[in-house]
Design a protein around this ligand. Structure first.
Ligand code: SAH
Ligand code: SF4
Length: 383
């Protein structure tokens, strides 16, 4: 006989905790008390929750648990950023990154161990997919960042002001847990982050974007990376299923539901010789003419399984200028934390039981290296 798992209080939204206390015959306000202990004071020992009666603490200790993922590795970058690796229940290791900037601190968190989508320029995609993270594993990243950075010492001076779901995985393919974790991030009696400062980044899972408005009002970033379907389908394979027009239309619907002045961020990973030509910038400006947005250019960050190259600073500047001259607000993401392998798209963790994708890639890369070295051997011979 297998024992049913105890409910994990660290993975419950306010609504779920209220239901849980209701099912115990307790008052719903207990939910806010427990959330404050876990997410505002960093306390995960039920017996230390002193505003809860001793009999209820004993009952909770017996019937429930508070489980968060473990941090198994940590790295500090010379630029002040941190990367922490957590181990999740499936045995995989996933990464989160903290980036301090003047006036804000951004935590980039993961939603999956690996990713099924295999975008051609992304290290996470190259390692295949292992598992969806649970709510506790997603919110646990924010909990740990606060723990490590002193965020539970003072509510007024929390080091993490912004969260971006731009770590490993496609958040909208792990929909319900991500939605519950987002609600904890924005919940006043948990982390209380503003909806403007919590961003979901998606490669374009259109049916999920269509559902989003019923679950959250977080900000959104769309990983576009190309100005036309032919090129985008090569870089972001999910485009074959949900092409650009369908994607932009779906994002428009979500923005309309927010009923405020926010606009989505269009992310464009700029890759030398692939999507960084002036004509691509002009085509992008034309494509987005009727689509209010900001554009964020992310210069490609190299990793060992990719033959793509980072664009030159001239090509980044030219690309940006064309878009700015067309009237767009454009930012270029500065590369941070690449000394600890934590720049955008370099996050790999260690995906247990991955698909064969990364070994296929390694084999292909090995073939290329062999071909290239025999070419150079021939070149040396004939010199
Ligand atoms: N799956 C989601 C969120 C995680 S990827 C998405 O695709 O949006 C987060 C961002 O990192 C995306 O915009 C992605 O395109 C970018 N990225 C991935 N690999 C990169 C690389 N090697 N260099 C620069 N940016 C990269
Ligand atoms: Fe997955 Fe995003 Fe990487 Fe694409 S860019 S493989 S969707 S994590």
């Amino acid at each position: 006989m297998t024992l049913a798992a105890k409910p994990n209080l660290a993975g419950m939204s306010l609504a779920q905790l209220r239901d849980y206390f209701h099912s115990l015959g307790e008052k719903p306000f207990r939910a806010a008390q427990v959330l404050k202990w876990i997410h505002q004071r960093g306390v995960i020992d039920i017996q230390a929750m002193t505003d809860i009666s001793k009999p209820l603490r004993d009952r909770l200790s017996a019937e429930a648990e508070i489980l968060l993922p473990k941090i198994v590795e940590d790295y500090a970058s010379e630029d002040g950023s941190y990367k922490w690796i957590i181990e999740v229940a499936s045995g995989s290791r996933v990464e989160m990154v903290y980036i301090p900037e003047s006036g804000r601190g951004t935590l980039c968190i993961s939603s999956q161990a690996g990713c099924t989508l295999d975008c051609s320029f992304c290290a996470t995609g190259k390692q295949g997919f292992n598992s969806n993270l649970t709510v506790a594993e997603i919110i646990g990243q924010l909990w740990w960042a606060n723990k490590r950075l002193g965020g539970f010492d003072s509510l007024a001076e929390r080091p993490v002001s912004n969260v971006v779901m731009m770590g490993m995985g496609e958040p909208l393919l792990n929909f319900e847990p991500v939605m519950d974790a987002l609600s904890l991030m924005m919940e006043d009696c948990a982390y209380g982050l503003s909806k403007r400062k919590v961003t979901i980044s998606t490669s374009g899972v259109v049916p999920a974007i269509d559902r989003l408005k019923d679950f959250t009002d977080a900000s959104i970033a769309v990983s576009l990376h190309a100005p036309n379907d032919e090129l985008r389908s090569q870089l972001v394979p999910i485009n074959k299923k949900y092409p650009i027009a369908m994607l932009l239309n779906s994002v428009k619907g979500y923005m309309a539901s927010l009923n405020d002045k926010r606009v989505p961020v269009i992310e464009y990973t700029l890759i030398a010789g692939v999507n960084d030509h002036r004509r691509h910038a002009r085509e992008l400006a034309e494509l987005l003419r009727e689509f209010p947005c900001k554009i964020n250019i992310i210069p490609f960050n190299p990793f060992s399984m990719s033959d793509y190259r980072r664009p030159s600073s001239t090509s980044i500047t030219n690309f940006r200028q064309i878009l700015q001259q067309a009237g767009y607000t454009v930012t270029v993401r500065t590369t941070r934390a690449d000394d600890i392998g934590a720049a955008c798209g370099q996050l790999v963790g260690n995906v247990a039981d991955q698909t064969k994708r990364s070994s296929r890639h390694l084999a292909k890369r090995a073939e290329n290296i062999i071909a290239a070295s025999s070419d150079s051997a021939r070149a040396t011979e004939s010199a």
